[in-house]
Design a protein around this ligand. Structure first.
Ligand SMILES: Cc1cc2nc3c(=O)[nH]c(=O)nc-3n(C[C@H](O)[C@H](O)[C@H](O)COP(=O)(O)O)c2cc1C
Length: 356
């Protein structure tokens, strides 16, 4: 069974591999008449682009997006929008060892177990190059939800968290970590650089906040906004956990502590807290939608690790090639894209059922 499509009404399919000539996405179900051109999508790809600092992979990809279909006279036509990004900086020779043996923690063994054959160059389809395609699709999704503002940032690296008291949104694009706390960003330079120099890697937590989501998006039971968001985030490479609102911390609160008290307001209810992360009963409350995503440390590391060859022989493998010492950093634009894609889908689902 193959599964490369996400969404119900606002649907996208991604295609392509790390070392193929190009990769891309086909967005279907986009409302017609939205003003669009490449320059509205490119900034999100630029944020995800590799090789921008010594704290991310040194693979150099311009990640220029081209719109091939679904647009006429600068507007979406309602037909499939095909987006293409060329791969220009592949180095397949770096992967000769990975062809013979499995990287522990990567998808090499499981792809072989499933398909009996795999494109080992850069991890093939399991490479996070694929996330460039969804970031492009997310750029289109944002056009369908102009009422929503989405902001993601790294809140923790290598177990070192930001101090919420230092939160400054202007800092997020001012350092190489998408970090809203200038002091934490300084500390992370050493944490990530030490890991890189040691041939190791570190994990990270990415937090994403969507404001402007009106009350009512989402659906009960099997298409809850929170279950769709959790599924969307878990499709991102290297994610190992998703929390909505207070997430696991809510399990340690009392009912009084966890309540989001409501008061009459001028434009709908006013809430004095948001432990629920803007979602109750699978439906948005009108408060900011808050999601946190845990990224594991990069599995391709320079430290030799025990593994087996394709023939089942014991061996050791260290991964050459260019790898992110902390994949969560470049995960930030990807998390934002998945938030946009889920919200666009739910906006259209809500409109389809209620007419609003
Ligand atoms: C933006 C981004 C960049 C990544 N870069 C690398 C990398 O350079 N090296 C690596 O081994 N894994 C990298 N990964 C993670 C792998 O793609 C991922 O671990 C692998 O596909 C196995 O899937 P899983 O970790 O989701 O189980 C990256 C992930 C993201 C989100």
């Amino acid at each position: 069974m193959s599964w490369n499509t996400f969404g119900r009404i606002f649907r996208f399919t991604t295609w392509g591999e790390s070392h193929g000539p190009a990769l891309g996405a086909v967005v279907d179900g986009c409302p017609p008449g939205l003003a669009i051109d490449e320059s509205m999508i490119q900034p999100f790809l630029d944020a995800r682009r590799p090789g921008q600092s010594k704290f991310t992979t040194q693979r150099q990809e311009p990640d220029q997006v081209r719109i091939l279909s679904g647009v006429f006279e600068g507007k979406t036509t309602g037909t499939p929008i095909s987006l293409m990004i060329e791969n220009t900086d592949q180095r397949s020779k770096d992967y000769s060892e990975v062809a013979k043996a499995y990287r522990p923690g990567h998808a090499d063994y499981t792809y072989d177990a499933k398909y009996g054959f795999r494109d080992y160059r850069g991890g093939g389809r399991s490479s996070a190059r694929e996330t460039a395609a969804r970031v492009a699709a997310g750029g289109v999704a944002r056009l369908a939800i102009p009422e929503v503002t989405i902001l993601a940032y790294v809140s923790e690296i290598g177990g070192d968290a930001i101090d919420p008291a230092n939160f400054d949104a202007d800092q997020i694009r001012a350092n190489p970590f998408f970090c809203p706390d200038a002091q934490a960003a300084k500390r992370w330079e050493k944490i990530v650089d030490d890991a890189r120099k040691a041939g190791s890697s570190v994990g990270a937590v990415v937090e994403c906040v969507a404001t402007g989501v009106p009350a009512g998006w989402g659906a009960p039971i099997y298409a809850k906004l929170d279950s769709d968001l959790a599924a969307a985030m878990m499709t991102i490479n290297a994610t190992k956990g998703v929390e909505i609102g207070d997430g696991f911390a809510a399990a340690r609160l009392t009912g009084e502590q966890n309540a989001d008290p409501m008061y009459p307001g001028n434009e709908g209810p006013r809430f004095s807290a948001n432990h629920a992360g803007g979602i109750a009963g699978g439906i948005s409350t009108g408060q900011p939608v808050v999601v946190r995503v845990a990224f594991k440390p990069t599995s391709s590391i320079l430290t030799p690790m025990p593994t087996i060859t394709r023939e089942g022989e014991a061996t050791e493998l260290f991964t050459k090639g260019r790898h992110d010492p902390c994949v969560g950093i470049r995960g930030v634009p990807v998390v934002e894209a998945m938030m946009a894609l889920v919200l666009a889908d739910h906006k259209l689902l809500h409109r389809g059922q209620t007419g609003r």
